[in-house]
Design a binder for this molecule. Structure first.
Ligand code: ADP
Ligand code: 5GP
Length: 204
């Protein structure tokens, strides 16, 4: 029996694969489909808004939430901590909305243990050379950072077998259609449709 009406989608991808491009379009296009807002100790970047991009907190507040078991999962990445708030997520799911979590692979695997019916999507670049090309094209990283990201990409790609769906982001439109298809197929899974089917059945 499901304990909440909303669905949890997790997407992970090596940096530069096109995850933000795909995720932003999904959230903009689908009704009842929102981004998860994580809690982090990292400083806000210019333009980021507290309560929209992240809940920005200090170390003490983060420690307190860990102590109170307030996170479904949390990790330390590059010296900062990031976590998915238990209460926040439960509230959104109870309201019937689907949530998209953009979290790195370690957190995704932990989340799967806490929410076994989370739908896990891994996005792959079509090749190593194309990933490097996209990282360069984005113009956000130094040469050293690009080499670091390429090395970390290999580690992340090795975890693909822990995911339910593998989407190769070669042709952007095709990858987007595949992502949307995963969401729609999830929404009509039998276990998600039981109460609707029962209501229809009652009328006979
Ligand atoms: P991520 O969020 O995974 O780090 P981005 O969404 O920022 O990646 O995309 C990285 C770069 O690759 C951006 O410049 C984006 O426009 C480009 N990109 C995304 N998808 C494709 C695609 N299918 N083909 C070519 N370029 C793409
Ligand atoms: P950024 O600092 O660039 O916003 O995020 C850095 C990394 O942290 C990204 O890979 C992002 O997916 C990941 N991340 C953001 N929020 C969370 C979270 O709540 N949990 C986990 N496990 N990872 C997160």
């Amino acid at each position: 029996m499901r304990t909440h009406p909303g669905n949890v989608f997790v997407i992970s991808a090596p940096s530069g694969t096109g995850k933000s491009t795909l995720a932003n379009r999904l959230v903009a296009s689908l009704d009842n489909f929102i981004f998860s807002i994580s809690t982090t100790t990292r400083a806000a970047r210019p333009g980021e808004v507290n309560g929209k991009d992240y809940f920005f907190v200090d170390d003490t507040a983060f420690d307190q939430m860990v102590h109170e078991d307030g996170f479904i999962e949390w990790v330390q990445v590059y010296g900062n901590r990031y976590g998915t708030g238990r209460k926040w997520l439960q509230g959104v799911l109870d309201s019937g909305q689907d949530v998209l979590l953009d979290i790195e692979t370690t957190g995704a695997l932990n989340l799967r243990r806490a929410i076994p019916d989370a739908v896990m999507i891994f996005i792959l670049p079509p090749s190593a050379s194309e990933l490097e090309h996209r990282l360069r094209g984005r113009g956000k990283d130094s040469e050293i950072q690009i080499q670091e990201r390429m090395k970390y990409a290999r580690h992340e790609l090795e975890l693909y077998h822990a995911y339910d769906f593998l989407v190769v982001n070669d042709d952007l439109e095709m990858a987007y259609q595949q992502m949307e298809a995963i969401v729609w197929a999830t929404r009509v899974r039998r276990e998600r449709m039981v109460s609707r089917a029962q209501a229809i059945l009652k009328g006979f």
